[in-house]
Design a protein around this ligand. Structure first.
Ligand code: NAP
Length: 369
C-alpha cells in the first residue's frame, strides 16, 4: 500500500498506470478507500455518519469513478434515510445516500470509451442504487454521466440531473410531448416541476402550473404561460381549458382528481408518487409488489374506460440521451435549478435537518473540499 494525493492506494502494480502526454503526466488510479457518509440504520439526520476508510469497490467494465465536487440533496435521500424503501434497502445496510453528482472522472472501467480521465462530468444514479454519491469517490455507470455543462459550476450542475431526468422521462418517454401541446405541471416550484416546465417550454409547449407565491416570478420568467398560487388562488377556477398531459409532483388524492379533470381524452396523467415502494414497505416485497401492480392496473383500467386517459406512476430512470439533451438545455440557458444553500459534506446532518424541518425549501447542495 502507498499514499498518493492523500488517498490510500493498494496494489499499485495491478491498479495504477502512469501515462504521459507532451504537457502533462496524469496518474491513473483506483482508490481503494475514501470518505463517505454512511447510513447504518434508518432514522433522523443523527444516524448519518461521515466515515473515512470506506471501501471503494473495483470498477466493473462499464463503470467510472467520479471524484465528487458537489452532490445535491433530493427528497429521496431524506425519505430513504427515514426508512422509505426499507423492504429493499434494509438487508443492504449500511447504505451511502445520494443520487446526483458533479465532479471529475478519475478512473475508467475497462470498456468505457466515451469519457476520459480528468473530464468534468455530471449525472445521477438510479433510485435503487445502494452505493450513492455522498462520498469523495462515487461509482456510476458510463451511461449515468456526461460532460458537465461548461456554463454551470459543480454546485449548480449537481442540482440538475436526478430531477431533470425524472421530468424528462415523464414528459418525453411517457407522454411524448410535442410542440403546441398544453402541459399542466402540478407543483412547478420544486426541482422536478421546474425542470418539467423548462423541458416543456423548450419543446414548444404551452405550460400552466401550480406553485407557491415565491416561485411565480421565476416560473413565468422560464416561459410558463400561467403560474397559479396554490395557497391563495382557486386553482380549478383559475386554470382554463384542457391539457394533453399533467405531471403531478404532489400526487395526493386532491391533486390527482384535479389533474385528471384537466385532461383531454387521450391525455396522460403522471404522478411522481407511485405506491410500489410504500406498499412493499407495508406488506413486504412478496405481497407488496403484486399489490402495487394490482392498484396501478385498476387505476389504469378505470381511467382509460371512464375518461379515455392514460394513467401512470412515473419514476426517474437513467437515460444518457436525455442527460445529454438536459446538458444542452443548461448550456443554452434554458434549464437551471436554483440552489438555495450549500453545506460542506461534513455538515450533512445539518443539511438533512434543514430539509426535514423545511427551514430550507429550495435545493440544498453538499460541497466537497
Ligand atoms: N418517482 C420518482 O422517481 C421521483 C423522482 C424525483 C422526485 N420524486 C418525488 O417528487 C416530489 C418532488 O420532488 P422534487 O425534487 O421536485 O422536490 P422539491 O424540490 O423539494 O419540491 C417540492 C415543491 O413542491 C411544491 N409544493 C408543495 N405542495 C404543493 C401543492 N399542494 N401544490 C403545488 N406545489 C406544491 C413546493 O413548491 P413551492 O416552493 O412553489 O411552494 C415545493 O418547493 C417529491 O415527493 C419526491 O420524493 C419522485
Amino acid at each position: 500500500m502507498r499514499i498518493c494525493c492523500g488517498l490510500r492506494i493498494t496494489a499499485p502494480d495491478a491498479k495504477c498506470k502512469l501515462f504521459s502526454s507532451n504537457y502533462q503526466v496524469a496518474l491513473r488510479y483506483y482508490v481503494s478507500s475514501c470518505r463517505a457518509v454512511l447510513l447504518p440504520r434508518f432514522g433522523g439526520p443523527e444516524v448519518l455518519q461521515v466515515r473515512s476508510n470506506v471501501e471503494v469497490p473495483d470498477l466493473k467494465p462499464k463503470e467510472v469513478l467520479v471524484r465528487a465536487r458537489a452532490v445535491s440533496i433530493n427528497p429521496l435521500d431524506t425519505r430513504m434515510r427515514s426508512g422509505y424503501g426499507r423492504s429493499i434497502f434494509e438487508p443492504l445496510l449500511p447504505l451511502i445516500l445520494g443520487r446526483d453528482i458533479s465532479g471529475e472522472v478519475v478512473a475508467l472501467g475497462s470498456s468505457v470509451k466515451s469519457l476520459s480521465i480528468g473530464q468534468e462530468v455530471f449525472g445521477a444514479l438510479h433510485p435503487t442504487a445502494v452505493r450513492g454519491t455522498y462520498t469523495d469517490y462515487a461509482i456510476l455507470s458510463e451511461d449515468e454521466v456526461t460532460p458537465k455543462p461548461m456554463s454551470l459550476t459543480h454546485v449548480e450542475a449537481s442540482a440538475v440531473p436526478f430531477a431533470a431526468l425524472t421530468a424528462w422521462r415523464a414528459l418525453k418517454s411517457t407522454a411524448r410531448i410535442s410542440e403546441g401541446q398544453r402541459i399542466l405541471v402540478v407543483g412547478g416550484g420544486g426541482a422536478v416541476g421546474f425542470s418539467a416546465i423548462q423541458i416543456a417550454v423548450a419543446t414548444g409547449c404551452h405550460v400552466a402550473t401550480t406553485c407557491g407565491t415565491e416561485s411565480i416570478e421565476r416560473i413565468l420568467a422560464a416561459g410558463a404561460q400561467q403560474a397559479v398560487d396554490y395557497v391563495n388562488e382557486e386553482v380549478e377556477l383559475t386554470i382554463k381549458g384542457k391539457f394533453d398531459a399533467v405531471l403531478d409532483t404532489i400526487g395526493v388524492a386532491e391533486t390527482e382528481r384535479m389533474g385528471v379533470n384537466f385532461l383531454k381524452r387521450g391525455g396522460y396523467y403522471m404522478t411522481l408518487q407511485g405506491e410500489a415502494a410504500s406498499l412493499a414497505d407495508r406488506y413486504g416485497l412478496t405481497l407488496g409488489l403484486p399489490a402495487a401492480t394490482a392498484v396501478l392496473l385498476k387505476k389504469q383500467i378505470q381511467y382509460r374506460y371512464s375518461r379515455g386517459i392514460e394513467y401512470s406512476w412515473t419514476y426517474m430512470r437513467a437515460d444518457l440521451d436525455g442527460l445529454i439533451e438536459i446538458r444542452n438545455l443548461c448550456e443554452g440557458g434554458k434549464m437551471n435549478i436554483p440552489v438555495d444553500k450549500t453545506f460542506p459534506i461534513t455538515q450533512v446532518r445539518e443539511a438533512h435537518e434543514a430539509k426535514d424541518k423545511k427551514i430550507i425549501t429550495g435545493k440544498v447542495v453538499l460541497e466537497f473540499d
